[in-house]
Design a protein around this ligand. Structure first.
Ligand code: ADP
Length: 411
């Protein structure tokens, strides 16, 4: 089955075609056929396309909206000369950010599901409307006969116990407005937990993991027996770890204080916490960890060093709190652009966990970047550390395939 995986953002469309079926899933031999990114939809768009075994192509063209972006992607996929020379999308899987409390699993999309995703726009005004644009664009271009599935970022965390998802605020706010921790990056945490079990040959029930997704957005997750038990992002993706431009945890009283002092409204303060904070806010330089590491190394920039230090300290605190919450773990798994590539950051985060029995193997850690996968702790560590590159697209393709075949997605 050829599954088109779509991730529609406010002005971007990422896509990938993955060939998969039950046998390929069992043998881990799913095949990536082609993929690309269309950025700056609504203006002169940047288009990057790559078919397996062919050189990547970059171009620019005006692209009006998501529908036109989906058309562009499909046209290129079908083009013998320049693209993948590929026709026949059997199904489409969408990344959908917010599934609220309603969606605990991936689902096939029909009119009622679309209405429910619409109902959740209040909870995720920055994301769900764009995900819906992707779904509608595919219906327009490919027709209703091509099945589509929604894979929610929040679904994996619906196993959180109430002690982890409820905030200590009046319970009526949960009852009336569903104010609670939802958690995000669920497909990524779920993928690396699955992959860890494959790599170590352990059973789902027998694993206790702390997964750290460190990319532009960052989150930690405590997973027992394959189920998410706690996670650092909350009602929105703003809570938790320090991120590229998001603050993560802070005292909520800061909002009102800053609003008054800076003459801003709450909406503007929230935007500041989402877009001007985190690594960017502390360093005053950039949200890009690679650039910060270079600034710290080459110019000994004080605020770049500070940003890195705060980032790592916060991540270490989360590991500590989840170890306490879970009563120990087998391993900490690093993923995401920073987690997969930045050996220095992994050392700084884990430094100080030796007392918990974690010893990093310096050579193994240094080797782990650019898509490499493996253990970075010494053989006799009591608490292991792993690097496992995430692959949300693969899980989306597999969930879609299983749903189309009438099977339950595997969690
Ligand atoms: P997103 O969350 O948008 O998917 P990524 O997972 O690609 O983002 O992560 C982007 C982050 O990863 C950036 O901060 C980038 O600097 C960082 N990163 C990528 N490669 C490296 C590297 N070799 N060393 C340090 N940081 C890296």
């Amino acid at each position: 089955m050829n599954v088109l995986v779509l991730n529609a953002g406010s002005s971007s469309l990422k896509f990938e075609v993955i060939r998969t079926d039950q046998d390929r899933i069992a043998a881990d031999s799913d095949e990536r056929i082609a993929g690309g990114v269309i950025d700056r939809i609504g203006g002169e768009a940047l288009i990057q396309l790559e078919a397996a075994g062919k050189p990547a192509k970059k171009s620019a063209a005006p692209i009006r909206d998501h529908r036109a972006a989906v058309e562009t992607a499909l046209r290129w996929l079908g083009d013998e000369e320049t693209g993948a020379g590929f026709r026949g999308i059997d199904a489409v899987g969408h990344r959908v950010v917010h599934g609220g409390e309603k969606f605990t699993r991936s689902v096939l999309i029909d009119d009622s599901i679309i209405a429910e995703i619409e109902d959740m726009i209040d909870l995720a005004p920055l994301h769900n409307p764009h995900n819906l644009k992707g779904i509608r664009a595919v219906r327009d271009v490919l027709g209703r006969d091509v099945p589509q599935a929604a894979v929610f970022d929040t679904a994996f965390h619906q196993t959180l116990p109430d002690r982890a998802y409820l905030y200590a605020i009046p319970y009526s706010l949960y009852r009336r407005h569903k104010v609670r921790r939802y958690g995000f990056h669920g497909t990524s945490h779920r993928y690396v937990a699955y992959r860890y079990r494959r790599l170590t040959g352990t059973n789902r029930e027998d694993t206790r993991l702390i997964t750290l997704h460190l990319g532009n957005g960052c989150s930690a997750c405590a997973i027992i027996g394959g189920d998410s038990q706690d996670t650092s992002m909350g009602f929105t993706p703003l809570e938790g770890l320090v991120m590229g431009t998001r603050s993560g945890d802070l005292d909520p009283a800061i909002l009102d204080y800053v609003a008054e002092k800076e003459g801003m409204n709450l909406h503007e303060v929230e935007a500041l916490l989402n877009k001007q904070s985190g690594l960017l806010g502390i360093s005053g330089l950039t949200n890009d960890m690679r650039e910060l590491l270079a600034e710290a190394r080459e110019h000994d920039d004080r605020r770049a060093r500070l940003a890195i230090e705060i980032f790592c300290y916060r991540a270490r605190k989360y590991i500590g709190s989840y170890l306490a919450g879970m009563g120990g773990a087998d391993a900490v798994v690093f993923t995401g652009g920073i987690g997969e590539n930045a050996a220095d950051i992994r050392v700084r985060i884990t430094d100080g966990l030796q007392w918990m029995g974690m010893e990093i193997d310096t050579a193994a850690n240094a080797r782990m970047s650019g898509g490499a996968e493996g253990r970075i702790s010494t053989d006799d560590s009591r608490l292991h550390a792993w690097v496992i590159p995430t692959d949300e697209e693969l899980l989306i393709a597999r969930d879609t395939t299983r749903l189309v075949l009438g099977l339950e997605p595997r969690y």
